[in-house]
Design a protein around this ligand. Structure first.
Ligand code: SF4
Length: 171
């Protein structure tokens, strides 16, 4: 069994829980990866023109260790990356669950799509291989737009965040 007593305790220590609406296998969110993207609800950002307003609502099932094991278990042989789409309401829990994935699937890349412009205070970017920052601003466009405020970073082993947004803008 992959579920541990430790994971149960960790889950209970969060001030908020994460919930998710759905998930999908996607090919464009993280370049050169087959990504299982989980859409997290209760988004605290209020981007004008939000592409997924339902994700602002406090709806969905709890995203915990058990659910992650169940979800990844279905697709582990097909995916190379697990992406948390959102979770800005409880970034500590996002990091904790990312650590859980890393523990049980050490070959799996980890990604986080945040709608915030900056990382939280004292955040260790090395919890992930990829981090996207920036809310959606209609006038500037999404990651594919040359004027976008959003950026995707590839996290280097030393924690340096290498901006790879250009990959979206040349395809
Ligand atoms: S971060 Fe995404 S889901 Fe949240 S309000 Fe902005 S566009 Fe909508």
């Amino acid at each position: 069994m992959l579920k541990t007593e430790l994971s149960k305790k960790n889950n209970g220590g969060s001030k908020n829980m994460l919930k998710y609406y759905n998930y999908d296998i996607v090919f464009q969110e993280i370049p050169n990866e087959v990504t299982l993207a989980v859409n997290i609800t209760n988004c605290p950002n209020r981007c004008r023109g939000c592409h997924s307003p339902h994700l602002q609502a406090d709806i969905g099932e709890e995203l915990n260790e058990d659910r992650i094991i169940a979800i990844i278990g279905k697709y582990a042989s097909a995916i190379t990356c697990f992406c948390f789409m959102g979770g800005d309401a409880d970034t500590q829990q996002v990091v904790k669950l990312a650590g859980f994935v890393r523990l049980h699937y050490p070959e799996m890349k980890l990604a986080w799509y945040s709608g915030c412009a900056k990382l939280p205070e004292e955040f260790d970017a090395r919890s992930f291989q990829y981090i996207k920052l920036g809310g959606y601003v209609e006038e500037l466009g999404n990651l594919k737009s040359n004027t976008s405020n959003q950026h995707l970073f590839q996290i280097q082993p030393d924690g340096v965040m290498k901006d790879i947004s250009w990959l979206f803008r040349t395809v």
